[in-house]
Design a protein around this ligand. Structure first.
Ligand code: GUN
Length: 293
């Protein structure tokens, strides 16, 4: 039997609707809408598209959206000054600096400059620490979106064996920590992991975030496992542009129980969760109880 597709687009649309329904009462109580500031340095075409989508989504929901496009040549100190201004701006609840930054900029110093309580990207070490300790904070949008899909599809995750392939601070590490907090037994695999296929075959949950098209094969998969494919690689096949995931989708869906397709799986979740984190930040900064979403 073929695996069930996990419909991230439908889940993300539903989450957006729930966010939208909470905004009027936030505005009534505070006299303002949650505000998201997105900072783009330079003109990387993929980053420009992501930033445009984030801005459009925030505006469509009725949130305040501030986009700052800075020159490729922006200095580290000018960028830090800009972030300090956003930290001090009361209209701004969430700050996201689009990554990657141009090579002359120090990404970690920039992330460290963001007020942790406005860090809706969940990348500040204070928020990684909160996640590690199981305290309320902000969790990086893509892994939190993956967890929402897993919970929705599987219910309780406790006791399951999970493997996360990839260890970036944006996806792999927070994903592994989130699954551990759900009481899964977690393997965090990476480019130096030996016998990866054999380790993956033990897992009830496979999350792949390596960015290599078709990397995860069907003989890596335990029958019935749930597969979350975070990878997106642009390819041209027969002159047509296509987006491929890390997982060999056609082959793996013959073995797995459920799988996120690419596109339409994890992708739509990232922006919806960014809106969720911004709503959360706005409530916390206003001293209001965070809504359960
Ligand atoms: N670049 C690609 N994905 C992301 C993301 O989730 N956050 C940031 N800041 N940059 C990104």
């Amino acid at each position: 039997m073929q695996a069930t597709d996990i419909d991230g687009k439908a889940y993300a649309d539903n989450l957006s609707n729930r966010i939208s329904s909470i905004l009027p009462s936030f505005e009534n109580r505070t006299g303002r809408m949650p505000g998201l500031a997105v900072v783009l340095v330079g003109s990387d075409p993929a980053s420009e598209i992501y930033v445009r989508s984030k801005n459009r989504k925030a505006q469509n929901l009725g949130m305040e959206s501030f986009v700052y496009t800075l020159a490729e040549t922006t200095s580290q100190s000018d960028l830090l000054t800009h972030i300090e201004a956003l930290n001090a701006d009361d209209r701004v609840d969430g700050i996201l600096v689009q990554l990657p930054l141009p090579a002359h900029l120090d990404e970690m110093e920039v992330i460290n400059a963001i007020d942790p309580d406005k860090d809706v990207d969940g990348l500040h070490p204070v928020n990684s620490g909160r996640l590690l300790a199981g305290c309320p904070g902000f969790v990086s949008c893509t892994p939190l979106g993956c967890l929402m899909l897993l919970r929705d599809h599987l219910g309780k995750l406790a006791g399951m064996d999970a493997i996360v392939i990839g260890r970036s601070i944006l996806v792999g590490k927070p994903m592994a920590q989130l699954l551990l907090n759900e009481n899964c037994t977690v393997t965090c695999a990476h480019s130096r992991t030996e016998q990866l296929a054999q380790k993956a075959r033990q897992a009830d949950i496979v999350v792949s975030a390596v960015g290599k098209a078709g990397f995860v094969k069907e003989d890596w998969i335990k029958p019935g496992a749930t597969i979350i494919d975070v990878g997106t690689t642009k390819v041209v096949i027969d002159g047509r542009k296509r987006l491929l995931g890390d997982v060999d989708y056609q082959a793996v869906r013959e073995i797995a129980g459920a799988i996120t397709p690419v596109p339409g799986g994890v992708g739509p979740m990232t922006i919806a969760v960014l809106m969720h984190n911004t709503l959360l930040a706005a409530h916390r900064r206003s001293g209001l109880e965070a809504p359960a979403l």
